[in-house]
Design a protein around this ligand. Structure first.
Ligand code: FAD
Length: 490
């Protein structure tokens, strides 16, 4: 008889694990708190507009290729390569930097501010590539059974990288460039890890290699949510079923195994194996009542920043705005050092704008544009009252209008906001920390909450707060790692 697997959560980590396990012959079922699949990779559809709710692009497309190859299916969605990768504008300047993948085109962008950019950037990327190649297989794409096993793997990394481990992302990238513009743009990627270049280890400069050379950023035709709808379709072909509006709140156990998970209505869900795609730290604390993950201990862990996201339908076309755009201020160091904890940074916020309708005309009514804003903010650990959200959003919209030289205030026909409170309540994100646990040196590899349960041998974890970490490609890598654990469980 087929072994049954219950997966709690339909985030990308859960869906890709379900696909791997169903392909291997397990009978898979999902329970999901929200009314539709996807978790943070979600979609908002309203008044003819379609918005990506969270992720708006991804790197490492080869991880998706490997997933579908492992499962013996064709790629169920179409990649759209981004070039330029994104644009950056600094407050008070009309200049728009376009981050092209081609190094000569990119060099032209910086010719006025960073002499000899091409040579410096090539040297920087060479170092980032070495870091990537020397760590990706031994540290990121591996299951660790114990801390000694992890240390043994770390010792395989070329010792020439040791000095890098002692630096921050900012110090490492700044050692290659003199201009504030290049330093700031190159280090922006640390924000994608949910922290800042000033508290992110320099080993993560390997992300610059992924960003520029191996091999850029991608969007999906029809919007990012197509990833979810197409994976759900593939899963349904394999007789996988989904129960929505079902939140796991309790459990029963016997002989070192979970015997059932119990939802908010008291209904029991039984299976041979359980895979938890809910936050691996929070679930251990709130559902399994583990002391190590009590509220007090959770609040002392290092979490990523929160996000204020808002979705705006505009009754106008905005030809001057690209698909992915960063709008930065002119106090980068002061801002970045403060943004995680100090709500005062929201007086002059930095933000990202995505225009999904740019390449997907079906995502907005004719003549309209679907805008998605992401603003890094303190999580609920540092800002609990969000009654000022409208003021913050309005100040960003006014700033945006000024910078694109077009007042959109009278053309807004749809608007909706998610504060860290909404992110917390909708998807059970601890204190609304957007990317889950941070990737500090003490919270990665074998030191991150494990992808197997400490007590219940039939229970496993996948997703942002277990190994390897946050981001869509990491969710897919995590599904491979956890599927290996499940296969090894007899
Ligand atoms: C604003 C924002 C922008 C982002 N942008 C990008 C980007 O551009 N590119 C990128 O690569 N990454 C991005 N990310 C990160 C990316 O979204 C996440 O790393 C990834 O989607 C996490 O997937 P996951 O598998 O951990 O599951 P999640 O998406 O966290 O899904 C977990 C699911 O479990 C459900 N759940 C939780 N608790 C329970 C329970 N008790 N019972 C039942 N169900 C439960 C939740 O409702 C949720 O659906 C972004 C994140 C945010 C917040």
């Amino acid at each position: 008889m087929k072994k049954t697997v219950l997966i709690v959560g339909t985030g990308l980590g859960g869906l890709s694990t379900g696909l791997r396990l169903a392909t291997k012959g397990y009978q898979v079922k999902f329970v999901e708190k929200a009314p539709q699949a996807g978790g943070r990779l979600n979609q908002l559809k309203k008044d003819g507009f379609t918005f990506d709710v969270g992720p708006s692009f991804f790197s490492m497309p080869y991880e998706f290729e490997e997933l579908v190859e492992d499962c013996g299916i064709k790629m169920p969605f179409d990649f759209v390569e981004l070039d330029p990768l994104y644009t950056v504008n600094f407050r008070g300047s009309d200049k728009k930097y376009s981050l092209y993948k081609d190094i000569d085109k990119l060099s032209e962008q910086f010719s006025e501010v960073e002499p000899d950019f091409k040579r410096k950037f090539t040297a920087y990327l060479k170092k980032c590539e070495e870091l990537y190649k020397d760590t990706v297989d031994v540290v990121i794409k591996q299951n660790f059974d114990s801390i000694p096993h992890y240390i043994k793997s770390l010792m395989q990394v070329n010792p020439k990288h040791l000095p890098v481990l002692l630096k921050t992302f900012w110090r490492q990238s700044s050692s290659f460039f003199e201009s504030k513009e290049v330093r700031q743009i190159v280090s922006l990627i640390a924000f994608f890890l949910g922290r800042t270049p000033f508290d992110t280890n320099a080993v993560y400069t390997l992300l610059s290699h992924i960003e520029f050379t191996n091999n850029g950023y991608y969007n999906v035709k029809g919007g990012m949510y197509t990833i979810v709808t197409s994976l759900v379709k593939e899963l349904e072909k394999l007789n996988v079923s989904f129960e929505y509006n079902t939140e796991i709140a309790d459990f029963t156990s016997a002989d070192g195994k979970v015997t059932s998970l119990i939802d908010q209505n008291g209904k029991s869900w039984e299976a041979d194996i359980y895979v938890i795609n809910a936050d691996a730290a929070l679930f251990r604390g709130t559902v399994f009542n583990r002391k190590k993950f009590s509220e007090k201990r959770l609040s002392k862990m290092t979490w990523t920043m929160g996000y204020l996201t808002f979705y705006v339908g505009v009754n106008k076309k905005l030809p001057q705005v690209e698909h992915h755009n960063y709008f930065l201020g002119n106090n980068y160091e002061e801002y970045a050092k403060d943004v995680l904890k100090n709500p005062g940074t929201l007086e002059k916020p930095y933000y990202y704008v995505n225009v999904l309708s740019k390449h997907n005309s079906e995502c907005a009514p004719e003549g309209c544009e679907a805008l998605f804003f992401v603003c890094p903010v303190p999580s609920l650990l540092y800002k609990t009252d969000w009654s000022d959200k409208k003021d913050i959003v309005n100040s960003i919209l006014a700033d945006f209008s000024k910078r694109i030289k077009q007042d959109i205030s009278k053309d807004i026909i749809f608007q909706m906001e998610y504060t860290p409170e909404d992110w917390q309540n909708q998807f059970n994100l601890y204190k609304g920390a957007g990317l889950g646990l941070s990737h500090s040196m003490l919270q990665i590899g074998a030191l991150r909450p494990k992808n197997y349960d400490e007590k219940f041998k039939n229970t496993f974890y996948v997703g942002a707060s277990t190994v390897p970490g946050a981001g869509l490609p990491m969710a897919v890598i995590g599904s491979k790692l956890v599927a290996e654990r499940v296969s090894d469980y007899k």
